[in-house]
Every structure is written in C-alpha cells, then in structure tokens.
Design a protein around this ligand. Structure first.
Ligand code: NDP
Length: 329
C-alpha cells in the first residue's frame, strides 16, 4: 500500500547525462575543445576514493576531459594550494573539485577560497555561497546536491525533460536559469515551491545550509532542523517539503511526515547487513518503508539523490566550459 511516487534518480540522471554528452559533442565541433574537470584527492580514504572514481568515470563516459590530481596524505597545505593555482590558470580546465574531507593538518576553508570563482563547480567558494544567501544575487555555480533538489521538484511534475532543455541551453548563470525554469514549470503546472513550508534537516555547508538558502530563494518558508532542535518531529510534520540531510540512518519515521509531502532523502548511511556480500547496505535518513506510505513523493536510497549529484557536477562543468568558450570566441 505504497502511496508515494518514488523518484528514480538513476533514470533521471541517465537522461540528463545523455543530454550533456550531446552538448559536449556540439561544443567540440564548434570550438574544437571539450570541457575539462580537475578532480583533486588527498590521501586514500576509501569513501573519498569511491566518490572520486565515480566522478572521473562519469567524465570519461560523457567526453569531458578529466584531470586527475592524486596527492599523498602528508602533502602540505601550501603544495595543495600551488596545485589549485596551477589548475586555476590551466586553460583546458573549466572546473576544479577538491574532494572533502581534507586531512586535519590542512585548512579546508583556505583551500576552497583559493579555487578560481569561475571554476568552482562544487559551489563551495565562500563568495558563491554568500551570493546564494543574498537577495537579488546569483552565484556562478550552485552546490551540486542542493541543485539536485530543484531538478527533483520539476521531475515530480513530470516536466523534467523541458526543464533539462531549459537548463542546458542557458549560457548565463546556472542559478538564474534553474530558478527561472523551475519556478516557471512549477507554476505552469499549478504547483509551486512558493509559499510552501519546507523543512531542511541538517545545516552543513555542503548540503543543509545551501539547500535551505535555495528553497528560500524559491519563496518557500524555510525551517532548519539540526542536532540541537527540540521536538524535530512536530516541526517536520508541518512540512510540505522535507529535505533530509542529517546523516542519521532512518531517523525520520513515517509518522513524522505530513500526508502527501515531498520527501528528498539526501542521507547516505552504511549500516551493517550480514546478508550482503559487502557486509553492509546503504540507507537514507528517512525510514523509506514507512514514509513511502504517507508521502506524496519520495526519493530512494540508493538510486535517488546520489546519481543526480554527480550529474550536476558534470552539468556545472559544462556550464563553466561554455562560459569560457563564449568569452574567448
Ligand atoms: P554533516 O555531518 O556535515 O552534517 C549533518 C547535519 O545534520 C548537521 O547540521 C547536524 O547538526 C545535523 N544533525 C545531525 N544529527 C541530527 C539529528 N539527530 N537531528 C537533527 N539534525 C541532526 O553531513 P553532510 O551534510 O555532509 O551530509 C549529510 C548526509 O548526506 C550524510 O548521510 C551524507 O553521507 C549525505 N550526503 C549525500 C550526498 C549525495 O549526493 N547523495 C552528498 C553529500 C552528503 P549540527 O549542525 O547541530 O551538528
């Protein structure tokens, strides 16, 4: 008796990826150049290596040139920053991503601030985040995971294809376009984020905070729930839109969800599972089994937000390359 529409992130990601590949081919014909993404990894954390591997593989599949910078755990902060500076001036690199977390001896904030604004495809530069927070300002790039959210909402209304086209034919700022396309499509379908009650669970720099800023820009009334919030369930129960990004396995129960709400589950948590060969399985922050009986829309884990995030990174890289090719043409 599942009530919710389950959003297939993998399928949507596949559609968008083929669109990006098409655009990459067109750019290569027009300019004789392809977009380039530099993925920098420090040390050998297993999870980071697996994320970086996915990003590099996706680049190869789409015809985006991948620049692989693998640095040892002991690399000094100044050597890492030197690498970033080299990538900043490399004309074949249009996007720079430094995989987080960095080892303790390196100041993450300092490194991220050194990435050229025009190549900040993760959208983590303080100036990009600052613009996201301000009225009537648009960042050059939207952080990838929150950007997924906008696409998901348009998908819920089965307008994803139109939306993707709008998004890809844009040569201006990503947010301006996404926002415009998304809001327009939503309102055309008689549904809107505008005026909706949205609750974001989590306030991290990479997911929770930018997601709430983005919803605010889209005129939702936003509440942020975090680890010090008392009675989160009563706040979440009010929400038309729930973004779960707390990193707490199955924390959000079915009884916490307002019937018909849209639930985007960002959480990716490994829990022990002896029946699996690997010994673990991935679960979200939402109890899917329960919540899917109550929600209107829900994203599964895995196969929801995850594959879309990588795709948004590739989309941001494409946008960066387009801006660069246009300017130098
Ligand atoms: P962080 O650990 O950086 O942040 C977690 C946030 O959740 C914090 O703001 C914390 O509050 C809050 N929180 C923790 N416990 C609770 C609780 N019991 N109730 C309410 N709030 C709580 O995680 P990230 O933002 O980096 O990631 C969140 C999740 O999303 C993780 O599972 C991660 O794996 C996943 N993720 C998935 C991605 C994808 O593409 N699918 C991309 C990035 C992350 P406080 O600030 O008070 O500490």
């Amino acid at each position: 008796d599942q009530m919710a529409t389950v959003i297939d992130g993998k399928a949507v990601a596949q559609t968008i990826r083929s669109e990006i590949a098409e655009e990459v081919r067109a750019l290569s014909q027009k300019y004789g150049k392809v977009p380039g993404l530099a993925v920098v990894i420090v040390g050998n954390r297993k999870d980071s290596q697996s994320y970086v591997g996915m990003k590099r593989k996706a680049c190869a599949e789409l015809g985006i040139k991948s620049f692989d910078i693998d640095l040892p755990e002991q690399v000094s902060e100044s050597d890492l920053i030197k690498q970033v500076h080299q990538l900043n001036v490399n004309p074949d690199v249009h996007g720079i991503l430094v995989q987080l977390p960095l080892p303790k001896h390196i100041n993450e904030e300092k490194v991220l601030s050194e990435i050229s604004l025009g190549k900040d495809v993760d959208g983590f530069h303080p100036l990009n985040i600052g613009k996201l927070a301000m009225k009537d300002r648009d960042p050059l790039f939207l952080p990838c995971t929150p950007k997924v959210m906008l696409l998901k909402f348009s998908f819920m209304l089965s307008c994803n294809v139109d939306f993707i086209l709008c998004c890809h034919t844009s040569y201006s700022f990503t947010l301006a376009t996404c926002k415009k396309a998304c809001i327009e499509l939503l309102s055309r379908s008689g549904v809107s984020i505008k005026g909706k009650k949205a609750v974001v669970v989590g306030r991290s720099n990479i997911v929770g905070l930018p997601a709430s800023l983005l919803l605010l820009k889209a005129d939702a009334t936003v509440t942020i729930v975090h680890s010090r919030t008392t009675q989160p369930e009563s706040i979440i129960r009010e929400a038309d839109i729930v973004i779960a990004a707390a990193g707490q396995p199955m924390m959000i129960k079915g009884s916490w969800i307002k019937p018909g709400a849209a639930v985007i589950d960002v959480g990716t948590n490994a829990v022990d599972d002896p029946t699996k060969k690997s010994g673990y399985r991935l679960v979200g922050d939402v109890d899917f089994e329960e919540a899917s009986k109550v929600a209107g829309w829900i994203t599964p884990v895995p196969g929801g937000v995850g594959p879309m995030t990588v795709t948004m990174l590739l989309h941001n890289t494409l946008e960066g390359a387009k801006r660069c090719f246009e300017k130098n043409h």
